[in-house]
Ligand binder design. Sequence first.
Ligand SMILES: [Fe+2]
Ligand SMILES: [Fe+2]
Length: 318
Amino acid sequence: MKIKDIYDLIIKKGIENDPRGKDAVLKTLKKTSEEYKNLKDEEKKEFDKEKLTNPYADTRVLYGDMDLNVKRILVGIDIEVAEILLADRISVKGEKIDLIISHHPVGKAFANFYEVMGMQADILQKMGVPINVAEGTLFPRIKEVERKVLPLNHMRTVDAARLMNIPIMCAHTVADNFVATYLQSLIDNKKPDTLKDVINILKEIPEYAYAFSNNAGPKIIIGSDSNRVGKIFVDMTGGTEGAKEVYERLSQAGVGTMIGMHFSEEHKKELEKHHINAIVAGHTSSDSLGLNLLLDEILKEEKIDIISCSGFYRVSRL
Ligand SMILES: [Fe+2]
Ligand SMILES: [Fe+2]
């Protein structure tokens, strides 16, 4: 498969698994096209045209020829200079790496990754929060994340890939969409009664079983084993942690338990205040699950050798 084919496929599959639903995603793409049409010629030159077909700012090919044929991919949760050097060493030792995929965004896809956070408003609305409240709490938080990423050295990893001449792409929200949708439907189908039941469901998933064996398995951080779950919200996509102010409204909307990859202390306090139970499923384990489901879609098309690194635990469901 060519890099271009892999990129097109992961966008398509990311949209299909988007918890907002395909129609909502297509609506945002249409809006972007209209905005583009109304730009002045000068502004059109600066516009990232990928946005017209790819609704995820944090998923891009950062370096490499789109027509290059890919037989082996090095996949990691975080790709930094060390992993680029690792890719080069693995190639030198005989297993040529044609492409590196980072889960967490790098380069220009990191500089504005916060743009994907807008999707959280639609997800919150689906969970019962009025759209005005969802947007009202979320928008200041997006601005905060934007200010936080402004001073960072975004291009460091991509520069290393360029120097080593190894193609690199990142696949963030497209993979997180898979894990969010997969777990939400699994939990909804199994209808757990208590928090302990949720942990037992998660334990059966190989990525979480592996995490357990490494002392990083799913954990209840608010509530006890016997607490009843109420309505469960699997909150695992949309860039990064949203606004803590929304938990009050989620609680009123009937959400009894949040399952996330991680919760900051600030968010934990707010969840406690509003009596919402919380389970940390695990960060690299949940990211691995999302990536695995996404990679399986690529491998359904063509057999490609996957080498895992940087916290990524490969499990094939094919
Ligand atoms: Fe993720
Ligand atoms: Fe992550």
